[in-house]
Design a protein around this ligand. Structure first.
Ligand code: ADP
Ligand code: MG
Length: 458
């Protein structure tokens, strides 16, 4: 392992080393120690490592380092600071960034841009701009003037490219964060279009905690013989996150279990995931009525509301965020101590990303999953994906009713061949109370429509 390596040993430009120090990063995390030298060496890379392991700096540092080198070789023309109020001169040249980072949600793009801004403090001539949908164009266009790094969601970036307000010809490096999410259905076309517009680039980097096999095939289409770095992944146990499953009889039982956990004094802040936007709104209302400082977050809200709510969570003004999978990827709020799956995720891999909102940067976290008996196939799909059982537990006074043994289909007399079920009650096949039991089933994911437009952002 190279984890004892220092940031200095990575050969990064001095202002970046100072910035890293100012952030209090003592040494590179394992993914940083591996991915930074790889990216600096050149070529395309696909990098996976666990949630909360420091992937953002693992791609930002090499990208910013290359921008430093280029700045030394061709000092940029001195540009006036963007005018206040988002005013852009009529004859302004279109923005021509040299690096682009793509993110699947607006919140994540804003967070990554904020991280990049922290890292370029003290770097003269390096400007970072954020390009996301749902926000006014004016300020974004003003910020784009002279920006060498643009952090964007795909829709708005393509929009600006079509209007010729941004040129992607000069892009040298394209980074795709949460790449598997981006390549998944909704974004494959946008990514293909951006890939074509950034035709001159030298390097493509893709990062995620999970890369399903279907994603590897898609990724190969926009990369050139990518190298692969795989640090602790979804199948390695996330030692920082304790995971528990509670079986519930019905919705009101789930609510009672949720209420129990939310009253836990060890709970600093929590994200409660629901399956649909309507569920998020309803549950947040119910929680408020029962005295919890909770708000909802999902893709159908105005972006200004989404931003304010996430900011309130970051600043500790709210304790509970009730969210759809729009908050499942990338969001880094270190004080989130608990993740509670109130509604199960659509895809097994989303479970890994959801629980990864806690236990960040080596902290410990708690992930609670509430499932009704009829959802046990989803629990099995998650356990197959992570290749680990989620330990089932009960809370005194809130135990689930044991599932009733099903009547045997026909009386299995001695010597008679049993039916498909072996004539046994259903719970022998690893249902509630027997996590991880049962035979493996075919698919790794469960299909169906996406339940949050957050997957499709501009
Ligand atoms: P990931 O993208 O892998 O989920 P992030 O890049 O969001 O993880 O980083 C998770 C947290 O770890 C952030 O709060 C970040 O500030 C912190 N972090 C990143 N690198 C280091 C480091 N080298 N030392 C200490 N903390 C770090
Ligand atoms: Mg990340």
């Amino acid at each position: 392992m190279t984890t004892t390596l220092s940031f200095e040993a990575l050969g990064l430009a001095a202002p970046l080393l100072q910035a890293v120090q100012a952030l209090g990063f003592e040494k590179p995390t394992p993914v940083q120690a591996e991915a930074i030298p790889a990216a600096l060496q050149g070529g395309d890379w696909m990098v996976s490592s666990q949630t909360g392991s420091g992937k953002t700096a693992a791609f930002l540092l090499p990208v910013l380092h290359s921008l430093h080198l280029e700045n030394e070789q061709n000092p940029p023309a001195r540009l006036p600071r963007p005018a206040k109020g988002g005013w852009v001169p009529r004859n302004a040249a279109p923005a021509a960034p040299r690096a682009v980072v793509l993110c699947p949600t607006r919140e994540l793009a804003q967070q990554v841009a904020a991280d990049a801004i922290d890292l370029v403090r003290g770097s003269r001539g390096l400007r970072v701009a954020t390009v996301v949908g749902g926000m006014p164009f004016g300020k974004q266009l003003a910020d784009l003037q002279g920006a060498s790094l643009v952090v964007a969601t795909p829709g708005r970036l393509l929009d600006l490219a079509e209007r010729k307000q941004i040129l992607l010809d000069a892009v040298q490096v394209l980074v795709v964060d949460e790449a598997d999410r981006m390549l998944d259905l909704g974004f494959a076309e946008d990514l293909e279009a951006i890939h074509t517009l950034c035709a001159q680039r030298r390097q493509t980097l893709m990062f995620s905690a999970t890369f399903a096999p279907r994603i590897m095939r898609l990724a190969a289409q926009v990369m050139r013989e990518p190298g692969r770095l795989e640090l602790a992944t979804a199948q390695d146990k996330h030692v920082n996150i304790s995971q528990t499953l509670h079986w519930a009889d019905n919705l009101s039982h789930k609510r009672a279990l949720l209420d129990h956990w939310l009253r836990d004094v060890a709970l600093e802040q929590a994200v409660v995931f629901t399956s649909t936007q309507a569920d998020a709104d309803m549950l947040a209302d119910t929680l408020q009525q029962t005295g919890h400082a909770a708000v909802a977050l999902h893709g159908a809200m105005p972006q200004s509301v989404r931003n304010r709510r996430l900011q309130n969570l970051r600043e500790g003004r709210i304790r509970i965020l009730v969210a759809t999978d729009v908050a499942a990827r990338g969001i880094d709020v270190p004080s989130i101590s608990h993740v509670i799956n109130f509604g199960l995720p659509m895809k097994a891999e989303d479970y890994v990303h959801r629980i990864g909102r806690t236990g960040r940067a080596g902290r410990s976290g708690t992930a609670i999953t509430l499932a009704e008996h009829r959802e046990r196939h989803k629990i099995r799909a998650i356990e197959q994906f992570t290749r680990q059982p989620i330990a089932a537990s009960t809370i005194a006074g809130l135990e689930p009713t044991p599932p009733k043994p099903r009547e045997p289909k026909f009386n299995a007399r001695p010597g008679q061949r049993p039916g498909r079920d072996g004539g046994r009650p259903n719970h022998h096949r690893g249902g509630p109370g027997r996590p991880g039991g049962g035979r493996p089933e075919g698919g790794r994911k469960f299909g169906g429509p996406r339940r949050d437009a957050g997957a499709q952002e501009g």
